[in-house]
Design a protein around this ligand. Structure first.
Ligand code: BGP
Length: 470
């Protein structure tokens, strides 16, 4: 639909940016932080590890000052579970507690809304050794951790995100890292873990609301709309399979409290159905989110499955590059979209479509907690970083959000990935997303100096005028 005039962004629109603890902080052994699974994963030679990352642990004050200069109205970061819980008699690590108070207070000082992700991929290794999310007890540990967070920070936080990209963790576990054994969990195990994570999340929604807190809480899923490769009806069925299994199956449980019928059938038919205890459905139905957060990068294009052993094509997939699944769907190319240097589809209209579909389905406000352009940015001889492709990407996506707002979708804010360069999930420090450059390479830490990219100045202007130029 073309409009004569687009709506303006709401006055209180949360223009922001995001990071996660393990990708930005570094200081992995400091102040009695415990190891997370990420710290224990195999680390390929020559790719940046997470030990120093962007050194946000030591630089957070200067960095938040830069975010204030950028004009951010909101800053999304995650709390490292391993800095907070000690799993011994002490129960909590005061230094870790203080660290996040400091970050939150620093944000508030500059009028920046702190938005907290409670868990962004970095499960404590202590729990992993006990079976991780395969062990039902992990639900109680997450609950205990959540209670500590709500008690400590509840009065200062208006937006909580429970779990970052549960669907990436379950569908693309290899994107987050490989255990030393080299073995990822089986599919059956993954869907059992999925069930436990969903229970943990529902319980956390419930306890948060019982505290009669004034803030909001929601899940944060990696969501993307999809296209069918052709007008062939079989492609349409395959595309619907994909859309359901990759996105709705997670959100239907989080929002409606029940398993999607098609997802259930898929799990049963493939003998992947998890063990579900008597009261689990009650528990799932009892916890409700106030809003939905999505991380949106790309769209996927889907063709009918051939079911001849070739659906799982040889292409290397990660959280954004789709893979086929035997008997369910095949990956197809979309000739109408560009790609980033890392092969992720660039599709701003896909964001508008994703927002519409999401709003149609659940009618809850939406917060965009990630979106961005990963590229091997380079500093030139004048010490400048001309990230024009990123500006182009962000401009188009911001326009798409404005269109969705005009359509009538309720969008609360936009927090692109990433506020500052951070270590990529599996592609080191070469793949950058930040408005602020961190001067280091995969192998040379240098001074870790902060340099504003062209996108910094551009985004600052967008925020200051509450939207794009006409
Ligand atoms: C999302 C994750 C982020 C982030 C982003 C970019 O899936 O939530 O943690 O890293 O993707 O991905 P990558 O770092 O793989 O380029």
């Amino acid at each position: 639909m073309h409009y004569q005039k687009l709506n303006s962004f709401p006055k209180n629109f949360l223009w922001g940016a995001s990071i996660s603890a393990y990708q930005a902080e570094g200081g992995t052994n400091e102040d009695e932080k415990l190891a997370s699974i990420i710290d224990k994963y195999i680390h390929p030679e020559g790719v940046a590890s997470f030990e120093v990352a962007s050194d946000f642990y030591h630089n957070y004050k200067e960095d938040i000052k830069l975010f204030a200069e950028l004009g951010l109205k909101a800053f999304r970061f995650s709390i490292a579970w391993t800095r907070i819980m000690t799993f011994d008699n002490k129960k909590v690590n005061e230094k870790g507690i203080d660290f996040y108070h400091n970050i939150i207070d620093e944000c508030i000082k500059y009028g920046i809304e702190p938005i907290v992700t409670m868990y962004h991929f970095d499960l404590p290794y202590y729990l992993e050794e006990k079976g991780g999310w395969l062990n039902r007890q992990t639900i109680d540990y997450f609950l205990e951790y959540a209670q500590v967070l709500f008690q400590e920070y509840g009065g200062k936080i208006n937006y909580w995100l429970t779990i970052n990209e549960q669907n990436t963790m379950i569908l693309h576990p290899g994107a987050i890292g490989l255990p030393v054994s080299g073995n990822l969990p089986t599919k059956k195990e993954l869907f059992q873990m999925n069930h436990h994570v969903l229970l943990a999340q529902a319980k956390v929604f419930k306890i948060y609301h019982e505290l009669s807190a004034t803030g909001n809480i929601g899940p944060a899923i990696n969501l993307t709309a999809m296209y069918q490769a052709t007008a062939a009806p079989e492609d349409a069925i395959a595309a619907h399979n994909w859309e359901t299994l990759r996105g709705w199956s997670f959100l239907d449980v989080a929002v409606r409290g029940s398993y999607n019928y098609l997802f259930e059938k898929y799990l049963q038919d493939r003998e992947l159905y998890p063990t579900i205890e008597k009261n689990d459905f009650k528990t799932l139905a009892a916890g409700k989110p106030d809003f939905i957060a999505i991380n949106y990068y790309s769209t996927a294009t889907i063709a009918a499955s051939k079911n001849d052993g070739t659906d799982e094509s040889a292409r290397a997939g990660d959280q954004q590059i789709m893979l086929g699944e035997e008997g369910v769907y095949r990956a197809a190319e979309n000739p109408y979209v560009d790609k980033t240097p890392y092969g992720w589809v660039v599709d701003a209209s896909g964001l508008r479509l994703t927002l519409r579909k999401l709003y149609d389905r659940y009618e809850l406000p939406i917060l965009i907690t990630e979106n961005g352009y990963g590229a091997p940015d380079k500093m030139d001889s004048n010490g400048e970083i001309h990230d024009i492709e990123r500006i182009d990407y962000l401009r188009k996506h911001i326009r798409a959000i404005q269109e969705a707002l005009t359509d009538g979708v309720q969008v609360l804010g936009y927090l692109p990935w990433s506020a500052i360069d951070v270590v990529s999930t599996h592609q080191g420090f070469n793949k950058r997303y930040g408005f602020i450059y961190v001067d280091r390479t995969d192998t040379d830490l240098k001074e870790l100096a902060r340099v504003k990219k062209d996108s910094f100045y551009w985004y600052k202007k967008v925020i200051s005028q509450n939207g794009l130029d006409e």
